[in-house]
Design a protein around this ligand. Structure first.
Ligand code: FMN
Length: 443
């Protein structure tokens, strides 16, 4: 029977060679099938069996055998169940590079770019109450003190560019005295040869490093062991576990079984050698979810709100199927805007450390996030793009964020981060007072 699975688009395609020396390109991969374009004249007999080798790189090849359907265009190869794990491995290795390329080349953010910070302002201070030399941007988190309330959020570097991207980010994090997260370490847990991508402490021994795995990995019976391996692999100071339900559902090869994840999370929080951070990736968290995570034992949350990078959109863009692409578009702006999520969680749980990631694009936004109670603003896409651009790119981005934060503090008369909370207002400065006053006059 011809498989009905959706396929991801391979651009650039991979090369394949069959046992009978036919060859061509792989244009799509599904959960249980391949889409092939042959270089030469099509076969006549169909369906047929085919044994072929797919080349990820000149050194890395995957062998498959399956039922070939040449009446389909492109050709479809249905793989038997025993072949799925290696197909999954191939998909896993390609996925990260595809994410990077899409993030580099395309508009992958929420179409409205709405984080909620647009609706807030800091009240300006006319008098020079604070001298620039007195500004204190230091912040305490998980027993350590950091130079600024900014954090390089966990992002996959991909297989081909991962080492370089992570090195550039780590050097920048160390230079600015801020924490850094790495992207999902799953690929290295499955294949030790990729561990080097994540080991950045050679370049930045002092950096506070946050490891990363996904909620889907919590379901394995070896979840605790895997988490500890992820931590030990990179000498992590904390471990982030990302919750990305929307992404997994839209992703062609995503995990769709999450039951039992919270019970495992509890065990991991109890036994792991470092603190655990629960992390959303763009849909935001509400206080009820955070309360449940606290009961499981997490030490902090990254509320990862909407308004920035959209994983629904990215997974839609990876797919060949109009159905999946449509789902990605429909959910492009899905989620709680970052500022709303942050405010909601901080109001309910004022002492719990919250990281605000999702669409943080300048230092003024960082200042507003801190004013709303964030311990850190997490920065993703701008730093990834800068790391792809040049060695010093991430440091230039962080420098502009820091300058923006310092100016926001100075211009609103805040000497330290705690001072910002009193200066945040809804709307434009003094707008609420103005509206109320005029509403009374009219009555
Ligand atoms: C290329 C890229 C790869 C990412 N990979 C991961 C990942 O592996 N694990 C994770 O928890 N979050 C990952 N994220 C999500 C980010 O940590 C962050 O939540 C998201 O990008 C929102 O922030 P932004 O709007 O500043 O980009 C990734 C983001 C980008 C841009």
């Amino acid at each position: 029977m011809v498989a009905k699975t959706e396929h991801i688009r391979l651009d650039p395609p991979l090369a394949w060679v069959a046992e009978d020396s036919q060859s061509g390109i792989v244009v799509g991969l599904g959960k249980d099938s391949l889409l092939l374009k042959p270089h030469s004249v099509p076969r006549t007999a169909s369906p047929d069996n085919i044994n072929l080798t797919v080349y990820l790189t000149s050194e890395r090849a995957f062998r498959f055998s399956g039922r070939l359907h040449t009446e389909a265009d492109p050709w479809l190869v249905n793989l038997a169940e025993d072949q799925w794990p290696q197909l999954h491995e191939l998909l896993g290795q390609l996925r990260k590079d595809q994410h990077i390329e899409l993030c580099r080349q395309q508009d992958v953010e929420a179409s409205d770019r709405f984080t909620g910070f647009e609706q807030l302002s800091l009240r300006p201070e006319t008098l020079p109450l604070v001298d620039p030399s007195e500004l204190d941007t230091q912040v305490a988190f998980l027993g350590r003190t950091f130079a600024a309330p900014m954090l390089i959020t966990g992002m996959t570097g991909g297989i081909s560019k991962g080492v370089e991207i992570n090195r550039r980010l780590a050097v920048a994090a160390q230079a600015f005295g801020i924490p850094m997260g790495v992207g999902s370490q799953r690929v290295a847990l499955e294949n030790e040869q990729y561990a080097a991508i994540f080991r950045v402490k050679h370049y930045a021994p002092k950096v506070f490093l946050i490891g990363n795995i996904g909620m889907a990995q919590l379901l394995s019976s070896k979840a605790l062991d895997q988490c500890q391996r992820a931590v030990d692999m990179i000498e992590a100071d904390a471990l982030a576990i990302h919750f990305n339900l929307v992404q997994e559902f839209i992703q062609v090869e995503g995990d769709r079984h999450f039951k039992g994840a919270l019970e495992q999370l509890e065990l991991i929080c109890r036994k792991l050698s470092v603190p655990v951070i629960a992390k959303e990736v763009g849909c935001g968290m509400d206080a009820r979810s955070v309360q449940r995570l606290i009961e499981c034992g997490v030490s902090a949350v990254d509320i990862g709100g909407a308004g920035g990078t959209s994983w629904a959109l990215i997974e839609g863009l990876r797919s060949q199927s109009s159905l999946v692409q449509g789902l990605g578009q429909t959910f492009r702006n899905w989620g709680i805007p970052t500022a709303y999520s942050l405010h909601h969680v901080h109001k309910a749980l004022p002492h719990f450390p919250v990281i605000a990631t999702g669409g943080m694009r300048d230092g003024l936004m960082v200042a507003k996030a801190v004013a709303l109670g964030a311990r850190f603003a997490g920065i993703g896409l701008p730093l990834l793009r800068a790391a792809l651009e040049s060695e010093s790119g991430p440091q230039e981005v962080l420098q502009s964020f820091l300058k923006g934060l310092q100016l926001a503090m100075l211009a609103s008369g805040a000497r330290c981060l705690d001072d910002l909370a009193d200066r945040i207002e809804l709307g434009r400065p003094l707008e609420q007072e103005f509206l109320q006053a005029f509403a009374q006059v009219k009555r």
